[in-house]
Structure formats: C-alpha cells, structure tokens
Design a protein around this ligand. Structure first.
Ligand code: HEC
Length: 183
C-alpha cells in the first residue's frame, strides 16, 4: 500500500491540468468571483440612475477581490477582454488565441493550459465571463453608456453587448513553484 501511494505521489501531474488540490482551489475562487459580480449586478433596480456609485458597488468589487486573491495565493489574476473598457485588460497573445476558441465554442466554459509568466513556468486557468441582462446598464448600447464611462474611458470598446455574449475571460496563472505545497 505504502509503495503504491508513493508511486502515485511521485507521478508527474497529468499533462492537461495541475494537481487536483490547486485546480479545485483556483476553480472555486473564480466561481465565487463570478458569483460575486452576478449577485451585485442583481442589486441594480429598474429606473435607478447608473453612475460611478453603481460601478463602485457592482463591477469594481470584482477587480478588488481579484487583486486580493492574487496577493493571498501568489497567483496572477486578471480579467481580460478583446472588447475592453480599461486598456490594461487587453489580452496577451496566448489569451487572445484562447479568446477566439471561447468565442467559437459557446459550450466551452473553462480550460487549463501550460503558460509562462515573465519567464516563469506554470499553469494558466481561463474561464468565460458571460454578459447578463444587468450588465447592459454599462456594457449595453454605445449611445446609452453612463456619462462617467464616456468621460473616463476614451478607449472604451466594452459596449453593444447582449445577454449571453462572451464579455471576457478570467485568467489565473499559478507558477509551478507553488505546486509542491499542494501534495
Ligand atoms: C455600473 C456600471 C457597470 C456595470 C453594471 C457593469 N460593469 Fe463591468 N465595468 C464597468 C467599468 C467602469 C469597467 C472598467 C473598470 C476598470 O477601470 O478597470 C468595467 C470592467 C469590466 C470588466 C473588465 C474588462 C474590461 O473591459 O476592462 C469585465 C470583465 C466586466 N466589466 C464585466 C461585467 C459584467 C459581466 C457585468 C454584469 C454582471 C458588468 N461588468 C456590469 C462598469 C460596469
């Protein structure tokens, strides 16, 4: 039994995903992050004035929670979008190629790939961000964007979405150096 166990532990991780413990931790954290935004978006009421305060309440806490996850775990956590609002969220070449796959295949919810971050090898998790009806208050028709968005985001491309559209991708990079502790 001990021998079998050793053999199992010494095995290389499966080539299509990191060890189960890390995989579950990342996937659960991102599921919760997405649920956070969905829950906050549901607090927008019909007829409410949509302004910077709405953003501070709905979309902003998601970015803050993403930064918190990164700090706590040593991951790189991003929200990336081809049609971005904040140019800092423009996808890198690997994410852009994967974005096209998510766009072409609506049944693709998430995936793991090998990646390098500034020369450091590791695993990268990408998960679909879907547009919900409430998102349209700020990501809907171009001409109906709240004034604070038009003013603050001159490069904005994150409009004209419809419910169900691919809005972006959550991306989590986990360096290999963190994996040992998970065994
Ligand atoms: C009250 C306005 C508002 C609402 C409602 C809103 N967002 Fe946003 N969203 C913004 C703003 C402003 C930004 C830019 C944030 C920044 O500067 O990083 C943003 C950024 C994003 C980003 C980061 C990528 C990018 O384009 O910069 C994603 C992903 C996103 N929103 C998804 C959603 C989804 C999904 C919903 C609905 C569940 C939603 N948003 C609802 C205002 C909003």
């Amino acid at each position: 039994m001990a021998v079998l166990l050793l053999a199992a532990c010494g095995r290389e991780p499966a080539s299509d995903a990191p060890p189960a413990a890390v995989r579950q931790q990342v996937e659960e954290a991102i599921r919760a992050l997405d649920a956070l935004r969905a829950g906050l978006a549901r607090t927008i009421t019909a007829g409410e004035t949509i302004d910077a305060a709405t953003f501070n309440r709905v979309c902003r806490p998601v970015g803050q929670q993403a930064r918190q996850l990164a700090e706590t775990n040593g991951w790189i956590v991003q929200q990336l979008a081809v049609k971005y609002r904040n140019p800092a969220h423009r996808p890198d070449s690997q994410a852009a190629a994967l974005f096209a796959r998510f766009e072409a295949d609506p049944s693709l919810d998430s995936l793991w790939v090998r990646a390098t971050w500034n020369g450091t090898p590791g695993w990268r998790y990408l998960r679909r961000i879907t547009v919900r009806p409430q998102c349209l208050a700020c990501h809907g028709p171009r001409d109906r964007r709240p004034a604070f968005i038009v003013q603050n985001y001159p490069e904005d491309r994150a409009y004209d979405f419809r419910p169900g559209d691919l809005r972006g991708l959550y991306s989590v990079f986990v360096p290999d150096s963190l994996l040992q502790t998970s065994f």
